[in-house]
Write a protein that binds this ligand. Structure first.
Ligand SMILES: [Zn+2]
Length: 353
């Protein structure tokens, strides 16, 4: 036990020029001597935290290993999944003895419920209100304080700062933000616990009218002001595309697949029977439709596997399908090989003679 209380600051900055929102979490006073800091993405941090907690109780997909509030110290959660010796759970330290308090556990449960309330219907979260937030704040006894300000140049100095806004009776938040639409702003929270940190970020999201949506590519939640946005700005989990953000990765992977499809099509159309080509296109279109509707990892990977050399060779580039020696017998064999459904679409089956 240590009497010294942890104090953290959470800074959320919106530069309002290219729409980039950044978060910085700092320990300003802690039981440890090294005051650490970590950058995080305010639009995904809570969702990653929520996902990580969910995956530890096996109710969600996995893949949330990098915690957004990582300060690089060891920590264990009561119901944490198995970890190797010396592993960091990528989680902010806890006060005292490294075990999460019951308040923190409740906080995480509340967070999980809010973000994934409609998970099973796969629909985005209904908007959460400040008055609802106030109830949570009271019930969890959150203590964080909040200030915000717009970017200003310091007088006589070549430096910028964010002087805190002072309220008066004729101003309100909406007016202030409307009047300063183009100006970068910063929220500055002083926090005293992990739950303060979590809900300070949530406070910012509510204040700025964010909602949660599921990313169509990585299938994780993210905060957005418009549900028209379908992709988050995490890095893609798709192999070889991890350096790109979800939306760009999808675009590039789809281009690659289209190119491969064209190369295979060209080859098939020169050397192989027409039925083979038809069959190939039928499958391509179906898999492309899946990708267009839901460009998630599974569908992209499925299409990529379908277009792989091995698969194409095994399924389509067989010597008996070659067009010059196909003959009438060959055409018949080929037709028998492909069954047709009632809409006259070929259904490929290995089992058929
Ligand atoms: Zn994503």
């Amino acid at each position: 036990m240590n009497d010294k209380r942890n104090i953290y600051t959470v800074r959320i900055t919106n530069d309002n020029e290219n729409g980039i929102i950044t978060g910085l979490l700092q320990e300003v006073q802690s039981v440890y001597t090294d005051n650490r800091q970590v950058e995080f993405n305010p639009l995904t941090a809570l969702c990653d935290l929520q996902g990580m907690i969910s995956s530890t109780i096996n109710r969600f997909m996995d893949g949330y290993d990098k915690h957004p509030f990582f300060l690089g110290r060891k920590y264990s959660l009561e119901y944490s999944r198995e970890r190797k010796e010396g592993d960091f759970l990528d989680m902010m330290v806890f006060e005292d003895d490294d075990t999460p308090s019951s308040t923190l556990r409740r906080s995480l449960e509340i967070l999980e419920n809010i973000i994934s309330v409609n998970y099973f219907e796969l629909s985005p979260m209904i908007k959460f209100s400040l008055s609802e937030f106030e109830i949570i704040k009271q019930s969890l006894k959150l203590k964080f304080s909040c200030e915000f300000g717009f970017k200003e140049k310091m007088l006589f100095l070549d430096r910028f700062y964010y002087p805190p806004i002072t309220y008066s009776y004729e101003t309100n938040l909406k007016t202030i933000f409307e009047e300063n639409k183009e100006v970068p702003y910063r929220f500055f929270y002083t926090c005293y616990s992990m739950e303060d940190i979590i809900f300070s970020v949530f406070h910012y999201l509510i204040l700025m009218n964010y909602k949660f949506n599921l990313c169509k590519h990585c299938s994780k939640y993210f905060a957005t002001t418009t549900l028209k946005r379908k992709f988050c700005n995490r890095k893609s989990p798709y192999p070889k595309y991890e350096h790109l953000e979800c939306e760009q990765a999808v675009r590039n992977i789809k281009q690659l697949l289209a190119r491969r499809r064209k190369v295979i099509y060209d080859k098939l159309s020169i050397y192989y029977a027409y039925a083979v080509l038809e069959e190939f296109l039928f499958f391509c279109d179906r898999k492309k439709d899946d990708v267009d509707c839901a460009p998630n990892i599974y569908n992209l990977n499925d299409y990529e596997k379908f277009l792989s050399k091995d698969n194409i060779k095994a399924k389509f580039m067989k010597s008996e399908y070659l067009s010059e020696n196909i003959g009438i017998e060959g055409e018949k064999a080929l037709r028998d090989k492909f069954a047709y459904n009632k809409n006259n679409f070929p259904i490929y089956s290995e089992e058929l003679p």
